[in-house]
Ligand binder design. Sequence first.
Ligand code: ADP
Ligand code: MG
Length: 312
Amino acid sequence: MSTKNTAISVKNLKKSFGENEVLKGVSFDVPQGTMLALLGPNGAGKTTTVKILSTLLKANGGSARIEGHDVSTDPDKVRGVIGLTGQSAAVDELLTGRENLIMMGQLYRLTKKSAVARAEELLIEFDLTEAANRPTKTYSGGMRRRLDLAVSLIATPPIIFLDEPTTGLDPRSRLVMWDIIQRLMDNGTTILLTTQYLEEADQLADKIILINNGIVAAEGTAAELKQKIGKDHFIVTFASKKHYDSARTALKGKITQTNDDELQIHIPIKGTGKDIQAVLKTLDSEKIPISSTDIHKPTLDDVFLNITRKEK
Ligand SMILES: Nc1ncnc2c1ncn2[C@@H]1O[C@H](COP(=O)(O)OP(=O)(O)O)[C@@H](O)[C@H]1O
Ligand SMILES: [Mg+2]
């Protein structure tokens, strides 16, 4: 089988820690130049997967190839094509941002001159020039994450793993990080990102994999996942029980959900125009007044909660 266009190929990956079966057979492919988001509740095995793919941990079963190199038999080749930004990346707190970058460049066997030049480029790109000569222990959370990512890019790897790159960041720093990640994607880097934020996966990823109970519980684009979980709903609220009851009779067969306390009916709709008009027309012809209306579009949160709830 050709692996030409597949940057990351994972087949039936298994990993246990003692009795704890964390991965029970996980498979996925990441085409070159795309981003896959690995989503899952805490403890689902996201970091474990990233560690196996970046050769820091051995799997108990299955296989994984990075740019065609097997992670268990060819770990050195794998390390040569990846960059890793972990939840605790290897930044020396006492060194300055610039020194960290240069040191990492030399670890990657760049000459001193190229390491210095590459460090300079990254400092500019990640907006760290002003802080470049300060020890990194004085950096804010957002600056620290940017440096972590910069460090992992020193050798311009074609594939990078981002393990929860924005967890704990304030919304502004998160946006800055998204911007940087987006630029990496624009440059054709293949990215595997793990995140707790569904919105992040929704915004950035070409494809999303939801891991739950050790298996891939759902996968697809954000739009596909949302579609799976259900249609948009038109929600009508009434001011009195009498109107609510009359509406339920008038729209019998179309309503999928009611809420007696809120005096609300839910009607699935396709798009917005016609279905809503039909509902309003029926209510109008029956002279049933409406208190308010709303449209609920399924979000990734719905998908996530629905799946993780069901499988428990
Ligand atoms: N080195 C380890 N030894 C034992 N158990 C581990 C180890 N690393 C992870 N685990 C367990 O594996 C499960 C998955 O952890 P992890 O991959 O970190 O999840 P996630 O990153 O999705 O939050 C958890 O139950 C965790 O306690
Ligand atoms: Mg983790």
